[in-house]
Write a protein of this length. Sequence first.
Length: 428
Amino acid sequence: MLETALKKRQLLIFVLGWIAYASTYLLRKPLGVIKSDLETDLHFTKTELGWLDTALLFPYAVMQMLLGPLGDKFGARRTFSCCLILSGLSMILFGWTDGFYAMFVLLFLNGTAQAQCWPNCMKSLGAWYPDSVRNTVFGMFGTCAFAGGIGGTALAVYLQKVYGWKSVYFTPSVIIIGVGLFVWALYQQPDEVGIDVPGKERNATSSKTAGKLTWLQMLKIPMLPEIAVSMFCLKVVRYCMYMWLPMYLLQRLKYTAAVSGMLSTVFEVGGVLGSAVIGFLIDKFFKGRTIFGTGVSVLLSAISLTLFLLTCDWGWMFNVSFMFLAGAFNCGPDSLLGGAVPAELGEQDGKNAAASTVGLVNGFGSFGTCLEGPIIGFISAQYGWSGMFYMMIGLSFVGTASVFKAAAIHKNKTGRIPEAIPLNMDEV
């Protein structure tokens, strides 16, 4: 009976969390869809449009680190649900504003609210599953980000076409507010419903000392700085591919505009599959060595990018193959390096700081999304398209070295983080 109740609750947490985090992209993706409308109808300059990107992305990066302790202090369910609701409320009136500064403020509030969604989603999810399947679960869960991005763009395009650009935020805002209410009601942690999860070293608890770790204290946690550096490198590379790959295919490889757009999605498709599969493969072949397994994935992403550059003139089959592999190996370990590993480190020794450590790692990584644009613009202007790929390959190898350094620290420690814990039925 207890096992059935646990499985039902695990399914509920996984599905609701997947939908809830995917829904955050309904309020991230429309800005890219309506930029041409803002330029035409409101006469915004490209510089102003770029600042609107910054208004969303900068607080998203910074507030993950600054506000991370909130989830540890007030609980993942309350923090996650309130952030979803505030995100929806901040953008519901976006279409009724015409001023640049008003839009900037609304996007800033949206980015701030969404900053705490991923850390608290990971904190709650990690509390419900045994360590032996943690990587598989986190890997499958990571597909919500890529699916949400595709769904957010599709919905924004539909609303823009049918109702005009002023409507693209209203319906998504209503949806995300509704999802936030469901999260408030149903997204409890094990200690809130009195359920013990077998196969865990310890369950996440609402400690009275939660939220007291400072940045410096978190950075002294073994392996956490190395994981943060690797996330920064991976995210810079990923967003370079998201934002610049279509133009590279068009200008350098001479595909048509339509074909360039279509082929560029291969990287994202690889990311979806990689996110779903990498965690499972690491649980199967690198049991107890999660960090080392993610390092192998990051290394393979660097090799795939190198092979893509070397074979770029060999035809579309080679282009598609190595874009797919680069996407799979770059995006595959994202939910592990940005979720499972820092969450486990944050709960180590009873710290109850999973949301804080996940926020620190992802916030530091998200700085890559803020810096990617000007860095790539400068490098491509000075050194051409090859320079862009040399930088991405170099960053991928730096990320690889950083993960392997963390794996070496992990190997020298007595405890393994995260590690498969055998299930002793006598203790259930």
